[in-house]
Design a protein around this ligand. Sequence first.
Ligand code: FRU
Length: 491
Amino acid sequence: MIWTREKRYQPYSAYSEADKETLAEQVSSSVYKPAFHIHPTSGLLNDPNGFSYFNGQWHIFYQAFPFGPVHGLKSWVHCVSDDLVHWHNLGIALNPGNQYDSHGAYSGSAQVINDKLFLMYTGNVRDKNWQRRSYQLGAWMDENNQITKVNQPLITAPDYVTEHFRDPQLLKVNDEYFALIGSQDKQNLRGEFSLYKTQDLKNWEDMGYIKHNLGDMGYMVECPNLVYVDDKPVLIFCPQGLPQNILPTDNIYPNVYTVGSNLDFKTGTWYSDTSTLMQLDAGFDVYASQAFNAPDGQAYLISWVGLPEINYPSDKENWAHCLSLVKRLKVVDNKLYQIPVTAMSTLAVAEQTLPQNQQVLVTDTKQQYELKLDLDSNQTGNLLLASDGTSDNGLQLQFDTNNEGYLIVDRSNVGEKFATKYGETRKVNVNPHKKLSLDIFVDHSICEIFINGGEQVMTLRFFAPQTQTMIAFSEQNTLKYSGSYILLSDM
Ligand code: FRU
């Protein structure tokens, strides 16, 4: 199929039920289909949207183009969960198509307001010259998950920003609401955080850009999120075209965070002791993460595991991408930790202690498991996930707990190649001469590595033959470690 612009933006009604069933069948029969990660029932998934707790359930929506592995006319698909681990896909909830969202119901967020969930999102509109316009829109979802759009835009773009003005995060601060919006300044074409204020969700005051000391944010800021973690404000966002001297990154676009001391909503000023930006994830494939402060007092994060403008091997099966696990956040010494939620243990089917002095640790992993591995200090080695028993084939985790202190993930020897232009390895530094603790989740074509209690995370896709089921060291093992392998069920 050649995905012309016409095809990508034709109304969903142009596709038949049979088209959709064929696509759904392609996902269900794919060997790459995740077992316990949210993935599209058909076509493409991108950003998580509207992450919230409402009416006794967790809600997450995702950006979807249900008719192919491409970015086309976007809708919101709705998933619900009782425990942040088992998710049920309820299908499309927010459809595009009116005069303010004719070319896509783009990303946004949600807030519980009285007895309803208020969704705030960007309406994407193109005119006949394909000029874009962006509107910030609203919709109410009731306790039966029925959605009614607000019929007028909440915010139209001010004249000092370009058409790149999107991804509102609605925040409640005392008795007022604020919207944090990613924008591009018209004059200098740089990325900014726009801030709006309202009491009634109807009249919105433009507070201008957030004043900050973070430096040049590149040419556009996508998906800004403010979340309070252990009483610290944490700003999470995706700067596009970020200068490498501000944050070196190998990925096409990074997803970053910075820990502040205060966001003053009266003046729209970000205060922080440091202007340091950090990568949210040191792997290959995390973008557009969304976090929120939940009523249980915790802050949770979920990410799109995929990147814009990159082709993935599942594209040829007509589907693309998945979401990450939900991660609980904490801040220690101005560093953001991401920790898998405790309910992940409900997926455990069987657990075995890792054998000592063996090259092969597990022979038949079924490709859906958690691997807990504590490597002693002062050693180097190479652990292969999705190994076929030969010394190199597999997803390589090269570690040094000796003089240098690092973990390198190398996907150059594992299955189908993709995105090689952006490099095939990612590296994090860890403390030399210290134990290295890894909590790894592998789910067919996705791998999430939580390092030293979530101090760093490396998330990636890989597309290996499902016959590569071993966990093994690349050499005869004389290493010192402890750990276990836990087989996980489908969600
Ligand atoms: C980020 C993004 C958002 C936009 C959405 C459209 O991946 O480009 O800025 O709202 O995807 O699907």
